[in-house]
Design a protein around this ligand. Structure first.
Ligand code: NAD
Ligand code: ZN
Length: 674
């Protein structure tokens, strides 16, 4: 019997260590990289397991355990600032019973004193602490590891809803506000669309997108993305207001947006509040992942204090993710522009977060195997981050006896070519690059895209139509199209044909770098195309370059180099390039580009200030002009950004902050010109 216990003990201790390691890894992915690899529910579940095990094994206590500390977002490149008061997390609850437990504990801690509960939205962004002195914003700092955070003032002042100067009022000389920085749904979706287009990794949800944006080195880009902010704490030694609700009202008067606060006089009203917001939150323009209940009396906050990780006078209530179960009808296999096969689960339609879901991507074969999906299974589907439906599991109880694991196709479902698996990657690929129809039409769509040749009027349907009619088999064929040919196509009107013809004409002026991007060479995205053209300067030189020479260009690794050489080794591709050249496309850098003239700073009014490490101030002024920008001497509302070196004058800095003008460092500036 003793042995049995010893065994169990040993297993628990091992599991504690394992969970701590795993949670630390997920914290890093989530808070620093902003790219979580598991769902919040799975993370919370692991955290609970660890909490339970640690409770059963007090001898394993470790102040560094993830149960004892908030996950750290500290990252390189920012000045770190120690918080005057530590920034904590919140305890979690998932049911009304747990909220009641919380209230009971709080009342016990207060010796039975009556309490008043305030309900608020739990915004799903990233927390920020902002210090104000004499009515002005002086510093904005992330939560960091709770004790110290990153100074992200330059980025926060680009957020229009953060007051830089307070409304006249009774604010104390110095105070701190805390709140949530958010990326509204609309801006989040726009950002992910752009990223998808540029083949950059997508943000899993608005929270990760907001956190990632706040940590960018380029304030101009931060401003462009459109962050927003809501506030939910007012703190400071000089703050003489004794309830949370009155503090929020004061913040509102001073010019802040606050987290709508409601006094809830009974547990029934707490239940009503939960039920109301569970539905109503879907109509908000920003993401929320729950509600927060706080005690109203600040004095009671002081009496109750906090644990290592969270206050005892507040608790988060997390909404359950919407999940439905639905029957798998069949798996379809879709072929992308690069030949990658994506399996998609087609399920009986179900209603989820207000929309009907019929399809959900399964991404690749490994995921199908991990989930162990059989034909005819009932699948659980959730809306991850509330937008993209995701298959999260199988209801094994409903599995038909004798059902077989689903089979992944072995041949391309469109052209029938046997599939290949790229070494080291999860994806299966149709290798029939040049004749597989979806790959051909995918390349046409890519070629005409906004970031490539920017030819209007050719979406997915038209690309397929052009291909099926036999008119366009590759991108060079586009330039042989004539208006009468287009008008003859089904459902095609004069206007649409004219638009395409005009777009083709205008595309002859599109700069060389975008032509290279438009060709669909594997691994050559927008940035790589720019690096290539800057270094290689003409298509003839690019076609003639051996792999080693290409790989020697900074940022071009052996993988990209091999892919470029492979592309130009195919006679059909060389033929396409020659035909595009004849059609009048830009096949080298223009005289202006060669002379260093670009439009990268076009329309920008730039104030330069301070001393620099890499070039003199005059050199930078010349560079601004060369790239289409304008040097201006003093900061005004019309200034696009301040290009700041070391020792920039404090008066200028202050003025820029006051007007919300972004500050760009030397490194950031050089990056802009890349
Ligand atoms: N998927 C992953 O890999 C992964 C990894 C780490 C963390 N996470 C998720 O993050 C959570 C932990 O993050 P956390 O420590 O920031 O906790 P949290 O997000 O659950 O709650 C605390 C935070 O809520 C925010 N908040 C929003 N509205 C508020 C309001 N009205 N009043 C007070 N605070 C408010 C504050 O920023 C505060 O820091 C986990 O529970 C998990 O869901 C996921
Ligand atoms: Zn194929």
């Amino acid at each position: 019997m003793d042995d049995l216990f010893a065994d169990q003990n040993e297993q628990d201790v091992k599991r504690i260590k394992q969970l701590r390691d795993e949670l630390n890894r997920h914290n890093y992915n989530y808070y620093v990289l902003n790219q979580p690899v598991i769902s919040d529910q799975d993370y919370d579940h692991m955290m609970r397991q660890l909490q339970d095990l640690e409770k059963a094994h007090p001898e394993c206590f470790d102040p560094l355990s993830p149960t004892q500390r908030v996950g750290s977002d500290l990252s390189q490149g920012f000045k770190q600032v120690v918080h005057e008061r530590p920034m904590q997390s919140l305890g979690n609850s998932y049911s009304i019973g747990e909220v009641q437990d919380f209230l009971r504990r709080a009342k016990d801690g207060l010796g039975g004193e009556p309490v008043q509960i305030v309900g608020e939205m739990k915004y799903d962004g990233t927390s920020i602490s902002i210090t104000y002195e004499h009515g002005r914003l002086v510093r904005a700092v992330t939560r960091g590891d709770g004790v110290r955070g990153d100074d992200v003032t330059a980025n926060v002042i680009t957020i229009k809803s953060v007051p830089l100067q307070l409304q006249p009022g009774d604010w104390p000389e110095k105070f701190e506000v805390r709140g949530e920085i958010l990326l509204p749904w609309k801006n989040f979706e726009r950002l992910n669309k752009e990223r998808q287009y540029n083949e950059e990794p997508l943000f899993a949800n608005p929270r990760n997108a907001a956190a990632g944006t706040l940590k960018m080195q380029n304030s101009a880009e931060v401003a462009r993305r459109g962050l927003d902010a809501y506030f939910y704490f007012l703190l400071g030694d000089q703050v003489a207001i004794s309830t949370h609700v009155e503090r929020m009202e004061a913040l509102q008067r001073w010019g802040f947006k606050v987290a709508g606060h409601t006094i809830l006089p009974s547990i029934d009203s707490v239940v009503d509040f939960i039920n109301y917001w569970d539905k109503e939150r879907k109509n908000l323009p920003i993401a929320t992942d729950g509600l927060v209940f706080k005690l109203n009396s600040i004095e009671q906050w002081a009496t109750l204090g906090s644990t290592a990780k969270a206050p005892r006078w507040a608790i988060a209530y997390k909404f359950a993710p919407e999940r439905e179960c639905s029957r798998l009808r069949y798996i379809s296999f879709e072929v992308g522009r690069t030949g990658v096969i994506t399996p998609v689960a087609n399920i009986d339609p179900v209603q989820l977060s207000g929309t009907v879901v019929k399809r959900a991507s399964l991404h690749n074969e490994d995921i199908i195997r991990q989930l162990d999906i059989h034909d005819g299974d009932y699948l659980y589907v959730e809306k991850g981050g509330e937008i993209i439906p995701k298959i999260v599991g199988v209801d094994l109880k409903r599995r038909a006896p004798g059902s077989q694991p689903v089979k992944f196709v072995t041949h391309c479902p469109v052209c029938g070519t046997p599939l290949k698996r790229v070494e080291g990657e999860a994806a299966w690929v149709c290798p029939n690059k040049y004749e597989c129809p979806p790959q051909i039409t995918g390349r046409i769509e890519h070629f005409v895209g906004r970031h490539a040749m920017n030819i209007d009027g050719i979406g997915e349907e038209v690309a397929v139509q052009l291909h099926e009619s036999g008119l366009v088999n590759n991108i060079a064929d586009l330039y042989d199209l004539t208006q009468p040919q287009l008008v003859k196509l089904e459902h095609f009107q004069d206007k649409a044909a004219t638009r395409i013809m005009r777009g083709l004409e205008a595309s002859r002026q599109v700069p060389f770098a975008r032509v290279i991007f438009a060709l669909s060479i594997s691994y050559v995205g927008e940035t790589t195309a720019r690096v290539l053209t800057r270094n290689v300067k003409s298509i003839d030189r690019l076609m003639a370059m051996p792999a080693e020479q290409l790989a020697a260009i900074p940022e071009i690794g052996p993988k990209i180099a091999a892919s470029i050489v492979e592309y130009f080794s195919v006679p059909a591709n060389r033929d396409i390039v020659e035909r595009l050249r004849k059609a009048g496309l830009q096949m080298e850098l223009s005289q202006e580009e060669l002379a260093g003239h670009t439009t990268k700073l076009e329309g920008k009014k730039i104030v330069i200030s301070g001393v620099f490490a890499h070039h003199s101030r005059d050199e930078y002024k010349a560079m601004i002009e060369q790239n289409g920008g304008k040097n201006v001497s003093s900061i005004s509302k019309a200034t696009s950004f301040v290009f700041a070196g070391d020792n920039m004058g404090p008066a200028k800095l202050e003025k820029a902050r006051k007007l919300g003008i972004p500050i760009v460092s030397e490194d950031e500036f050089l990056k802009m010109l890349q």
